[in-house]
Write a protein that binds this ligand. Structure first.
Ligand SMILES: *[C@@H]1O[C@H](CO)[C@@H](O)[C@H](O)[C@H]1NC(C)=O
Ligand SMILES: *[C@@H]1O[C@H](CO)[C@@H](O)[C@H](O)[C@H]1NC(C)=O
Ligand SMILES: *[C@@H]1O[C@H](CO)[C@@H](O)[C@H](O)[C@H]1NC(C)=O
Ligand SMILES: *[C@@H]1O[C@H](CO)[C@@H](O)[C@H](O)[C@H]1NC(C)=O
Ligand SMILES: *[C@@H]1O[C@H](CO)[C@@H](O)[C@H](O)[C@H]1NC(C)=O
Ligand SMILES: *[C@@H]1O[C@H](CO)[C@@H](O)[C@H](O)[C@H]1NC(C)=O
Length: 680
């Protein structure tokens, strides 16, 4: 029955995709691209239009954009004969704005739209306009965010879009605060934008905000079952903005398409140097509203540890952006709407190529000639895999603030610069803002994290070539068995189909990312109704037999209330030969943890004190938010041989914190190593 259902739904999904493709028969593209340098002069000059005391507009002949003064809210964008691409129905400060979530320690969170108090024209000529909206901290206003803010906007001649960047600054001695989120938001006109695209595979017709209001709230407010959408085509699907999250490294272009007229509105992020938490930190993109975001920093998929905590009056200054808001259009007789997406991707490449930009005028934005370069080669050593050093292929190598091994995951006040090694292990990190960094790396296929010992001082214009670096991957003895692959995600494990009544059709069609379906946390209980998971080494297959998340089991208590209880998984393995006087090693890598505790016991499930416990860990909420990973953790656990025996052994893995559906773990990789063989 279950199988048949998913088959029918799969077919429906394919039909949906065919329908979308038919709508956009892949014809030759003819997007009105107004961006090449040489014909820039063919376009009208950029002009500032001083409308009245409350508003200023900038027009470059392709579009014009209106700001409130001095607040610096984007209140209107006229483009392609549309009076406003933003939602006119919203108030002035609820269309295009920056915001920050912050609080004083131990106090309630404040949502601050960073309304500026001063407006200044930084530059105005026929080729470029740069505007600045600032707010300087008023120390007498006890309620105000203790930060100086400068929101900048740049409009260039002949360019179909505008650049946004912001400089946030705290001076020495300012009061303690915590800052949890910073972003730019655009709320687009609902009647225009109904199709959203965030990658080649992840794009679809979206519900309206009203569809969500009349829908049925699910386990948390962000997830809604569309019971009565205006467009009956999407009836019965789940909408949840977290289904459209993306890793920093892939979050480079996303946005919305309007069918009539044919217009695209895109957020392009040419560099993620200013984002926090490193290249695989996940965050929101676009979602129902229609909303288009640029998340500069947040605690999503990581927890409060990623909040910026300012203490002891430490000074801080950081430039976020520029990011590029791009608009494109097609003539009405061109049927291929998806050309707008293709064109937006091309524009993303153009912007990336132009990075670092040479036109932003803030002195705080480091231009190309002020930036440095670090190059080198990374090898990896694991003598039980290979006696010689191996090439670290496609390894992630990055510079982030000085810290400890792996600390880049939680680093959030400075800039990070990441790249991947080539097939020979070489890397080149370009465009590094001068500063004091540590070099960090990790290598897919190997557990753990690398850190280069000396600090790396990047001076303006410097080019630094490092010696060949060697990563000694954690390893104590030969592999006795392993589960999964060390890649920092749980994506290779068994991911169930969603409940048929809680689907997002997008992830039925695009099945590889079905972990983004809503409600998978309850599927564990449904697939293992009586007994918990048992995995037998040499017999079970991690792709089909290892559930992607270690979840709680639900049941209904006497009051009929749904309750969640801890579960214990078993790994059965045979040992033909045990050296009970030696130590074995369990390498246990977690891809995610949320308010969880993992207890490990060998051959005695009842023993009170577990042989190993992680203690309470994690706040990354990746189960509820459909991430396939959150913060990475590696535990190298000593297993005295005396705990093991000849023949069948059982390792019991207990996630001991029940109570809620979203508490649990995701494993990345588990390996049992035999005693070290020094002669190997
Ligand atoms: C495609 O673009 C070219 C050059 O801008 C223009 O001359 C032509 O009319 C366009 N074709 C259509 C079908 O709009
Ligand atoms: C903005 O541009 C549109 C067309 O591009 C034009 O019709 C309109 O008058 C402009 N608005 C302002 C305020 O200049
Ligand atoms: C609802 O659907 C009708 C027809 O399909 C359409 O004309 C209307 O604009 C839609 N309303 C909204 C809010 O999308
Ligand atoms: C770089 O940072 C480290 C760690 O904070 C510090 O110990 C070191 O003195 C710094 N080096 C320079 C040159 O600032
Ligand atoms: C059962 O759930 C209801 C509604 O949420 C709640 O009011 C009640 O206290 C719960 N009972 C128990 C025993 O948890
Ligand atoms: C095994 O590990 C324990 C605890 O770390 C240590 O005290 C002991 O010396 C180790 N035994 C051997 C044979 O290495």
């Amino acid at each position: 029955m279950k199988k048949e259902w998913s088959f029918v739904l799969g077919l429906l999904g394919i039909l949906l995709q065919l329908f979308l493709l038919a709508e956009s028969s892949l014809k030759k593209q003819n997007v009105s691209k107004k961006n090449s340098q040489q014909d820039q002069q063919d376009f009208p000059p950029v002009q500032i239009l001083r409308l009245d005391d409350d508003y200023v507009a900038v027009d470059n002949g392709i579009f014009n954009i209106t700001f409130s003064i001095p607040g610096g809210m984007v209140t209107g964008i006229q483009y392609n004969e549309i009076d406003n691409l933003l939602e006119n129905g919203n108030k002035d400060d609820n269309r295009g704005y920056w915001d920050l979530v912050w609080n004083k320690p131990e106090e309630k969170g404040i949502f601050d739209k960073l309304r500026a108090t001063n407006f200044k024209v930084i530059m105005e000529d026929e080729n470029q306009v740069e505007l600045s909206f600032t707010r300087t901290w008023d120390s007498l206003d006890s309620k105000q965010l203790s930060m100086n803010i400068d929101k900048r906007f740049i409009i260039l001649r002949g360019i179909s879009g505008f650049y946004c960047y912001g400089i946030l600054e705290r001076l020495e001695g300012w009061p303690n605060i915590d800052v949890y989120q910073g972003r730019i938001v655009f709320k687009l006109k609902e009647t225009l934008f109904q199709y959203m695209a965030i990658s080649d595979e992840r794009q679809r017709i979206m519900p309206t905000a009203h569809d969500r209001e009349v829908g049925q709230k699910l386990d948390y407010k962000e997830a809604v079952l569309l019971t009565n959408p205006n467009n009956s085509f999407i009836k019965g699907e789940v909408d949840d903005k977290y289904q459209y999250s993306c890793e920093n490294k892939d979050n480079r272009v996303h946005g919305w398409i309007s069918q009539t007229p044919r217009i695209g509105f895109w957020m392009i992020t040419p560099s993620d140097e200013f984002r926090t938490g490193g290249p695989v930190k996940q965050d929101l993109t676009s979602h129902t509203g229609p909303v288009n975001l640029n998340m500069f920093f947040s605690t999503h998929y990581a927890g409060e540890v990623l909040g910026l905590k300012f203490r002891n009056g430490e000074p801080w200054k950081k430039v976020f952006g520029p990011v590029f808001v791009y608009m494109n259009s097609l003539s009405p007789d061109e049927p291929d709407t998806l050309t707008l997406w293709t064109d937006a991707k091309e524009q993303m490449l153009v912007e990336t190529e132009n990075w670092p930009y040479n036109f932003p005028l803030s002195e705080d934005y480091a231009r190309a000639d002020q930036r440095g370069l670090v190059s080198g080669r990374l090898l990896v050593r694991d003598r039980y895999v290979n006696k010689s050093p191996m090439i670290a292929n496609s390894a992630f190598v990055g510079l982030a603030a000085p810290g400890n091994v792996g600390s880049w995951q939680l680093e959030n006040k400075a800039y990070q610069f990441w790249t991947q090694t080539d097939s020979e292990g070489y890397f080149l990190i370009k465009n590094i803002i001068p500063g004091n960094y540590s070099l960090y790396a990790w290598v897919p296929g190997f557990v753990g994290d690398y850190m280069y010992d000396p600090y790396i001082i990047v001076a303006p214009g410097s080019r630094k070539r490092l010696e060949t670096l060697m990563y000694y991957a954690p390893r104590n003895g030969p592999t006795l068995w392993e589960i999964g692959t060390p890649d920092r995600t749980a994506a290779e494990f068994f991911i169930p189909d969603a409940q048929p009544k809680l689907l997002n059709q997008l992830y039925v069609v695009h099945n590889q990312e079905r972990y983004r379906q809503y409600g998978l946390w309850d599927r564990y209980t449904e697939i293992y109704p009586d007994d918990d998971l048992v995995f037998t080494i040499g017999f079970s297959n991690y792709q089909t037999d290892w559930f992607f998340a270690h979840l709680n089991r639900y049941f209904y208590n006497d009051d009929g209330n749904k309750t969640y209880a801890p579960t214990t998984w078993q790994v059965l393995f045979d040992l033909e030969d045990v050296d009970q006087s030696s130590n074995y090693t369990l390498q246990l890598a977690l891809a995610s943890a949320h308010e969880a505790e993992l207890q490990v016991r060998f051959n005695d499930p009842e023993i009170d004190a577990p042989h190993y416990s992680t203690g309470l860990i994690g706040k990354d909420n990746a189960i509820a938010r459909h991430g396939i990973h959150g913060i990475y953790r590696l535990y190298t656990i000593n297993v005295p041989g005396s705990l093991l025996g000849f023949g069948t052994n059982i390792m019991y893995l207990t996630q001991s914190r029940g109570d809620r559906p979203f508490r649990g773990l995701m494993y990345d990789y588990i390996r049992l190593e035999g005693p070290s063989d020094e002669n190997n």
